[in-house]
Design a protein around this ligand. Structure first.
Ligand SMILES: [Zn+2]
Length: 66
């Protein structure tokens, strides 16, 4: 039994029926999860928003050299 990391609902995923890279959706909260590994079954939340703030900070550091 695999529980949704977000709402603890049983996602009812059979690890033999999914492959790495597959995306499954929670029927309860609607969150999408990508299958990272199948043995053991590990899910990674798919986020539509990209947090790249760290990359911006690195660029600012380069500018300080001038
Ligand atoms: Zn959920």
């Amino acid at each position: 039994m695999t529980l949704c990391p977000e709402c603890d609902t049983d996602l009812d995923i059979d690890e033999e029926e999914v492959e790495e890279g597959d995306v499954v959706s929670c029927s309860e909260c609607g969150t999408d999860f990508e299958v990272v590994t199948t043995n053991p079954l590990e899910l990674n939340k798919v986020s539509e928003e990209e947090d790249e703030d760290d990359a911006d900070d690195e660029e600012e550091e380069e500018e300080s050299d001038y």
